[in-house]
Design a protein around this ligand. Structure first.
Ligand code: SF4
Length: 726
C-alpha cells in the first residue's frame, strides 16, 4: 500500500472506504474533506528535525520541516517502526497543537473560584514555590498519602513517578483501567506478559472483538492490517456497530453487546470436541488443558447462538476455519475491551484459543512483543524510595489483588476521594491527563475535586482538569522539548525540540526537577538539564547526543541471538490455561459464562469508540482536526428512531441514571437497533479552549461506574440510556 493510499484511509476520507453493504447516512459527525487543497507547499525547507509524535500514545517517528523558524510540515520517519514513513491525520495536525493560540504558555495561579476562569499570571519561581509549599504542608499535616498523583502514558512519566515516589505517596492513577485492564491482566495471567505481539505478515485469519483499527489508529498496526487485507487475509469482526474496520472485514458479525464471551466459549467447545487444536504444542507448552476442556463442554454453538444472536452454524464454521488457518491465525487481544464486567473472562477465553491453536512463535501468530523499557540505556543515579505504608486509595492490592501496582484502578481512586475512605485525600497532582473528562460520572469527579484543598495540573492545554485546578504549569509541546529516550524494538529514538518553546512553557524534565529540588528531593533528580539527562542515558551505548539528534535514532550492532529457550513468565513457566492465581483469589480459574446485564425494553446500550480524527479528550481544540470532525453525535438505528419520531440531525436527549446530555442524532442502519453510539471526548467545560468549548456532548456525563473485580477495568458498555427528542 502506498503512503498516499494510507493517508487516504486514515484521514476523514476513511468514509470513502466505508462504502459497504450498509448505507451510511451523512451525519456521522465527520465533515467531508475538501477535494482539492489549493495551498501549494514549498518544495524547500530550511532544516529537518527527527523527533517523535505525541498526538497519541503510539509515539510515531516524524520528520519536522522548518521554514523561517516555524514548523511547516510534519512527515513520518521511515526509520521508525511505528510510523514507517507515514503519519495519521492527528500526527499531521500536530502543527496546530504547537501554534494553538489557546495553549498554556505561562504559569498561572487561580484568582477566583475554581472553574471561574479567573487566573493570575505568575513567574515560574512564584508558581513552583507555591506548589512545593502546598505539597510540603499536606505531607506534614496529613502524610504523603493524602496527595494523589495521576498521569497518562508518556515518556516523561518516569520522572513524574520518580517525584511522587520520592515524595512518598502510594496513590498513583493512570487512565489504563478506563482502557485495557481486562486485556492486560488476562494476558499477564495466561502468558506472563501484558500484551503479546502479532505477526500480520503471514497471518491468514484474524478475529477482532470490537477493535477498530481503521479509526482507533495505531499507525503501524493499522498499516499492517491494511497490507494483510490487500494480501487477502480473512478478517472476522465482532461488533454491534458497522465501523470503518467492518467495511474492510471479510465478515462482520453484529454481536449482542457483552456476548463475546459466549462466542469464544463456543469456539473453544468446537476446537476441543472436534480435536482441532495443536496437541503437541498444548502438551509441551501449556498447563490446564483438561480443566478448560471440561469447563467448555456445555458451551455448544447452539447455546451461544441464543446469547450472541449469531447463528450456531456461523460460530461452528468460524471455529473450523480458524483451526484450518492456524497456526497462521490469531484472535486480536483488543484494547478497550473492558466494556462489560465479563470482559476479563472474554480476554482469557481469547488468549486460550490463541494458545491452543499453537500460534505462539509461528509466522502469522503471536510472539513476545519487544518491550519499550531498558534498551541498554544508562540509568540516572538516585537513592532508594521511602516506603509508602498507607493503603492505596484505588484498592490495589487489598481490594484488587490481581491488578499490577503500576496500572491501578483509576475510577476507584476517584470514588475513594469522594467517600473519604479509607482516609481523606487533600490534594491531586495531575500531569498531562484529564480526569474530569475521562472518568465516568463527571458530576462525581467534580464533587471529588471540591473535597480537595489543592489541585495542580501540568499540561500543554487548558483542558477541563486544568480549568478546575488551583495552579497550572505550562509544559512545552512535544515539538519544543526533550523527553527521556524511547526504546522501540532494537532501536533508541529521541524526542528533541524542533523550535524553541513558546512563551515560558518548559519540559516535564525541568518542571519535576525544579519541584523535587524545592521539596528537598534533589538526590532523585541528578541531572543538570534535559541534555545532561539524555547524555547519561546514552553513556553505555557509546553514541553522542549530537549524533543521535542528527539521525533521530540509533540501532546498536546486533548481538548474537539468545540460545536460551523462551520461558513464559508465569508460575508454571508455561501458558496457563488454568490459573491457580485466579482460583486462589476466588475467581473462575478457567473461563465460564457470566451473563451481562441488558437494558430494559425502552432503553439502549451506550457504546463508545474512537474516530480517526481525534485522540480521546486531547485534540478537540486542534483547529485542523476540528475542521474534519467538529462535534460528536449519537448514532441510533432507523427503526427505534422512527418509533420516537427522531429524524437524522434532530436534537435529542440521551439520559442514563447518571445524567442527561443534549446532542444531535445520526439516524443510521449501521448499528444494532438495541444500541446507541457516541464518540467520546467532546462537551468540554473549559472556556479556555475556544475551539472545542460548546461543541458536542460529554459521554462522561452519562456513563456509570462499573468495575470488574478481577482486572479493575471499567465496564463502559453497561450504561443504559433512554433517547428522546429534545
Ligand atoms: S498514530 Fe498518529 S497520532 Fe499517534 S503517534 Fe502515530 S502519527 Fe501520531
Amino acid at each position: 500500500m502506498s503512503r498516499r493510499q494510507f493517508l487516504a484511509m486514515s484521514a476523514a476520507t476513511v468514509g470513502a472506504l466505508a462504502v459497504g453493504a450498509i448505507p451510511f447516512t451523512h451525519n456521522s459527525g465527520a465533515k467531508p474533506v475538501r477535494a482539492q487543497n489549493s495551498h501549494t507547499p514549498p518544495t524547500k525547507f530550511d532544516r529537518e528535525v527527527f523527533t517523535l509524535c505525541e498526538q497519541c500514545v503510539w509515539r510515531c517517528g516524524l520528520r519536522a520541516k522548518v521554514v523561517n523558524g516555524k514548523v511547516y510540515k510534519l512527515d513520518g520517519n521511515p526509520n521508525h517502526p511505528h510510523s514507517n514513513g507515514m503519519l495519521c491525520p492527528r500526527g499531521q495536525a500536530g502543527i496546530a497543537a504547537l501554534y494553538d493560540p489557546d495553549r498554556l504558555q505561562f504559569p498561572m495561579i487561580r484568582g477566583g473560584d475554581r472553574g471561574s476562569g479567573m487566573w493570575k499570571r505568575v513567574t515560574w519561581t512564584e508558581a513552583l514555590d507555591y506548589v512545593a509549599g502546598k505539597l510540603q504542608a499536606i505531607k506534614q499535616q496529613y502524610g504523603p498519602e493524602a496527595m494523589v498523583f495521576s498521569s497518562t502514558h508518556n515518556l516523561s512519566q518516569v520522572q513524574f513517578e520518580n517525584l511522587l515516589r520520592a515524595y512518598g505517596s502510594p496513590n498513583y492513577g493512570t487512565q489504563r483501567s478506563l482502557c485495557f485492564n481486562a486485556m492486560i491482566v488476562a494476558n499477564l495471567l495466561t502468558f506472563g506478559m501484558q500484551e503479546p505481539g502479532r505477526d500480520y505478515s503471514a497471518a491468514q485469519y484474524i478475529i477482532y472483538s470490537g477493535r477498530n483499527l481503521a479509526e482507533a489508529i495505531s499507525n503501524s498496526e493499522t498499516q499492517d492490517l491494511i497490507a494483510a487485507i490487500d494480501r487477502g487475509v480473512r478478517v472476522v469482526l465482532l461488533d454491534p456497530r458497522f465501523t470503518k474496520t467492518a467495511s474492510k472485514a471479510t465478515e462482520w458479525l453484529p454481536i449482542r453487546p457483552g456476548a463475546d464471551l459466549a462466542f469464544y466459549l463456543a469456539m473453544l467447545h468446537v476446537l476441543i470436541t472436534e480435536n482441532l487444536y495443536a496437541k503437541e504444542f498444548v502438551a509441551k507448552l501449556t498447563a490446564g488443558f483438561d480443566e478448560v476442556s471440561k469447563a467448555v463442554k456445555p458451551y455448544t454453538p447452539e447455546w451461544a447462538a441464543s446469547k450472541t444472536e449469531i447463528p450456531a452454524a456461523t460460530i461452528r464454521r468460524i471455529a473450523r476455519e480458524f483451526a484450518v488457518a492456524a497456526p497462521h491465525a490469531f484472535i486480536h487481544p483488543g484494547w478497550r475491551t473492558s466494556n462489560f464486567v465479563n470482559s476479563f473472562q472474554t480476554e482469557r477465553a481469547m488468549a486460550i484459543i490463541n494458545a491452543i491453536s499453537g500460534n505462539w512463535g509461528e509466522p502469522g501468530g503471536f510472539f513476545a512483543g519487544a518491550g519499550e523499557e531498558g534498551g541498554g540505556l544508562g540509568a540516572i543515579p538516585q537513592p532508594p524510595y521511602p516506603r509508602a505504608s498507607a493503603l492505596r486509595l484505588d484498592g490495589v492490592p487489598w481490594k484488587y489483588p490481581l491488578v499490577p501496582l503500576e496500572i491501578g484502578v483509576y475510577q476507584e481512586m476517584r470514588d475513594a476521594i469522594l467517600a473519604e475512605k479509607p482516609y481523606p485525600a487533600r490534594g491531586w497532582f495531575v500531569h498531562r491527563q484529564n480526569p474530569i473528562a475521562s472518568l465516568p460520572e463527571r458530576r462525581k469527579t467534580l464533587q471529588a475535586f471540591s473535597k480537595l484543598d489543592f489541585i495542580v495540573t501540568v499540561d500543554t492545554t487548558m483542558n477541563d482538569t486544568a480549568w478546575f485546578s488551583d495552579v497550572v504549569l505550562p509544559e512545552a509541546t512535544y515539538l519544543e522539548r526533550y523527553d527521556p529516550l524511547a526504546v522501540v524494538g532494537d532501536g533508541v529514538f529521541i524526542r528533541q525540540p524542533v523550535v524553541p518553546a513558546l512563551g515560558e512553557s518548559k519540559s516535564a524534565l525541568w518542571i519535576f526537577k525544579e519541584l523535587g529540588t524545592r521539596l528537598g528531593l534533589q538526590d532523585y533528580f541528578q541531572y543538570k538539564d534535559e541534555e545532561d539527562y539524555i547524555r547519561q542515558q546514552l553513556k553505555p551505548l557509546g553514541i553522542s547526543l549530537e549524533e543521535l539528534k542528527a539521525k533521530g535514532h540509533y540501532r546498536p550492532p546486533s548481538h548474537e541471538a539468545a540460545t536460551e529457550e523462551f520461558k513464559f513468565n508465569t508460575p508454571s513457566g508455561k501458558i496457563e490455561l488454568y490459573s491457580a492465581s485466579l482460583a486462589k483469589n476466588n475467581f473462575a480459574p478457567v473461563p465460564v459464562w457470566q451473563e451481562p446485564p441488558a437494558p430494559p425494553a425502552d432503553q439502549f446500550y451506550l457504546l463508545t469508540g474512537k474516530v480517526a480524527q481525534h485522540t480521546q479528550f486531547g485534540t478537540q481544540n486542534n483547529k485542523l482536526l476540528s475542521e474534519l470532525f467538529p462535534e460528536n453525535v449519537v448514532w441510533i438505528h432507523t427503526k427505534p428512531a422512527a418509533e420516537r419520531g427522531i429524524k437524522d440531525g434532530d436534537w435529542v436527549y440521551v439520559e442514563s441514571t447518571a445524567g442527561k446530555i443534549r446532542i444531535k442524532a445520526n439516524v443510521t442502519e449501521a448499528i444494532r437497533p438495541d444500541c446507541t453510539y457516541m464518540t467520546p471526548g467532546f462537551g468540554h467545560l473549559s472556556k479556555g479552549n475556544r475551539v472545542s468549548y460548546g461543541k458536542g456532548a460529554s459521554d462522561s456525563d452519562i456513563h456509570l461506574t462499573f468495575t470488574d473485580p478481577a482486572s479493575g477495568g471499567q465496564a463502559l458498555s453497561q450504561t443504559f440510556v433512554k433517547v428522546y427528542k429534545a
